[in-house]
Design a protein around this ligand. Structure first.
Ligand SMILES: [Zn+2]
Ligand SMILES: [Zn+2]
Length: 621
């Protein structure tokens, strides 16, 4: 308990503070000292501790939550690219999305591209369809455009095909498909079949930002996350994100004290068949926990060995991992357990999880995991039996709202019944397994945590499809708990952050409206109006704008971030009125128009060879 002779830095009072303490209590006021919460209580109790230099912030009755912690996203890579990506995240209509694309193409200087790299789905659009290649070419006749859709395809305009050099003579790539017309010319559609490597290797052919712009870009991405109350994330590595080379920018921001998001990062091997060599080298170079409360090493993954990576693409049948998965995974996991490295593994399907657990149990008999915070990521189709096996081995499960972006595809392939427990979060909690919440942003799902909380609570996709019955949905308090206390386990930082209690890191968000009482549909439109990390204001708007950190001009000058506010602002969505509600929107569009766009979309997306056999009933308007 702070006293007047050790002066408090800040008091926030007159709020509705959801502390996430053991009793889930609410408080009115909180005091912060030296970057940590010092005292929590009633207005009278806390104001009595005020010193002469204590800054007092009146919350005006607003709801306060602990800073959100996304236990699985890719912010280090996302930050390097953020300023050159046009985000369709949260954009309510395809017409808006294409207008943004057209505008951005006009202001993008050669040889730069316009990239839309995930974070959206056609189901969020009032039109309920993808853009066509024709529309993309019309919007950008000269500037290369690369549009990534989930994990399954990319659309390139003619200028992008020229820039990457794909033409009639380009041989068929091994890791994917270049769709061609009757004459053999690439149409612009790239398909992730058997995997997404054609998408990402093509994306990697584009220009990068300069080092200075990457620093600025990463700061803007952190600020964008702060806008939604995110104060911590666990970085799951990522393809084309090499350790240690691609960590120089984040290292420098850390050294300069310019991080506004706490990061724990996992190391992701980039070399099929060279994984063991990578991890052997890394265990000599660094160790878990290296760093500080802002930036620390968190172990290995989410890629441990390529032969175990079952990417989710629900347009394709479930992939069977090759037999070499077991020996390869065993060698890596053994090395990690011997070095006491926590590890995480990307695993979508129960079949992959079964095989990974067989390996883990075998290694554990030899080299006990003994309290190591290892975990699976995703687990959309995990069985109860495998949840029990994870529990027995002391592991956890990090869940993300990937289904909110592709649940419709899953239902189409496997049926609504199977989709009811994708993933079975309630069952995981009942069985006592640590569960952390997150998004897996930025390339499939968006990073907006309130859309993920909305999904946990309502069981609905961003397109409005209800996936889960009551018994696999969470209450608001419980969902928030996964996103705060829950996620802290996944970087072995439980008790250090996630609750607004004395001694924990002073990370919190003051919300635009009351998370606990607003209608469910409004949860996804929440934002923070004041975000504090380590006792410092990192984001402030509206009543709190006087407290905001200095403005940060965007570079380069043509960056989409300068013109559009990252995730589509909820006031834009609100201005569009009924259009933001897909049910209304569907009713608002005349049926003949809907049919016309849908038919046109299908012609283009299916292409000459009828590739996208989506079973249109599921997508009926
Ligand atoms: Zn993954
Ligand atoms: Zn991921």
């Amino acid at each position: 308990m702070a006293t007047k002779d050790t002066e408090l830095d800040v008091i926030l009072m007159n709020g509705r503070i959801a502390t996430q303490d053991e009793r889930r209590s609410f408080a009115q006021a909180v005091a912060i000292q030296d970057g940590r919460f010092a005292s929590v209580g009633s207005n009278e109790q806390i104001m009595a501790l005020r010193g002469a230099k204590t800054e007092v912030i009146d919350l005006g009755g607003r709801t306060v939550i602990p800073g959100l912690n996304d236990s699985h996203m890719h912010p280090i890579r996302g930050g390097l690219n953020y300023n050159m990506e046009l985000r369709w995240d949260g954009v309510p209509s395809l017409a808006d999305a294409l207008r943004m694309l057209r505008e951005q193409a006009q202001r993008t200087p050669p040889p730069q591209w316009v990239r839309v790299v995930g974070g959206w789905t056609e189901f969020q659009f009032v039109e309920r369809r993808m853009p066509t290649l024709e529309e993309i070419n019309r919007a950008a006749p000269d500037t290369p455009v690369f549009v990534l859709h989930l994990y399954d395809r990319a659309l390139l305009n003619g200028a992008a095909l020229r820039a990457v050099g794909y033409n009639k003579d380009t041989p068929a790539p091994i890791g994917g498909e270049i769709q061609r017309d009757k004459q053999g010319n690439p149409t612009g559609l790239l398909i992730a079949r058997p995997n997404a490597s054609i998408l990402y290797s093509t994306l990697a052919k584009g220009p990068k930002l300069s080092r200075e712009d990457q620093l600025n870009s990463t700061r803007h991405f952190m600020r964008e996350l702060n806008r939604f109350g995110v104060t911590s994330a666990i970085d799951a590595g990522g393809g084309f994100q090499n350790y240690p080379d691609d960590y120089e920018v984040i290292n420098e921001l850390h050294t300069r004290g310019e991080m506004t998001l706490r990061l724990a990062y996992n190391l992701f091997t980039q070399k099929p068949k060279g994984e063991l060599a990578d991890f052997t080298q890394w265990t000599k170079l660094t160790k878990p926990g290296a760093g500080d409360d802002f930036y620390r090493m968190n172990g290995a993954g989410e890629m441990l060995v390529y032969s175990a990576a079952d990417f989710e693409d629900f347009l394709e049948p479930r992939p069977d991992m090759p037999p070499v998965m077991e020996p390869e995974l065993k060698a890596v996991v053994r090395l990690l357990a011997q070095n006491r490295w926590p590890f995480r593994l990307h695993a979508t399907y129960d079949e992959t999880i079964t095989r990974a657990l067989n390996v883990y149990e075998e290694v554990n008999r030899d080299v006990p995991f003994a309290g190591l915070h290892w975990f699976f990521d995703h687990c959309e189709t995990i069985s109860d039996r495998n949840i029990e096996r994870i529990k027995a081995l002391g592991g956890g499960i990090a869940v993300q709202h990937r289904m909110a972006f592709q649940g419709e595809y899953f239902v189409d392939r496997y049926g609504a019944k199977q989709a009811e427990r994708t993933p079975p979060i309630r069952r995981m909690l009942e069985l006592g397994v640590p569960v952390g919440a997150g998004t897996d942003a930025t390339r499939v799902a968006s990073y907006n945590p309130f859309v993920a909380l909305y999904w946990l609570i309502t069981g609905k996709t961003v397109g409005g499809t209800a996936l889960y019955p009551e018994n696999n949905r969470l209450g608001r308090m419980e969902a928030l708990r996964l996103y705060t206390v829950g996620s802290s386990w996944f970087s072995s930082e439980e008790g250090k952050k996630g609750s607004i209690v004395p001694g924990q890191l002073a990370d919190l968000a003051v919300l635009s409206s009351d998370y606990f009482s607003i209608p469910e549909e409004e949860i996804k439109r929440l934002e923070s109006v004041l975000t504090i990390v380590g006792g410092k204001v990192v984001y402030a708007v509206k009543d709190f704008s006087k407290l905001a950190p200095p403005p940060l001009p965007v570079s380069p000058d043509w960056s989409p971030v300068k013109y559009y506010d990252g995730y589509a602002p909820s006031n834009v969505a609100q201005a569009l009125g009924a259009q933001t509600d897909t049910a209304h929107a569907r009713r608002a569009l005349p049926q003949d128009r809907v049919d016309a766009v849908a038919a046109k979309a299908r012609r283009w997306i299916y292409g000459e060879s009828g590739l996208w056999t989506l079973g249109c009933d599921c997508f009926a308007f």
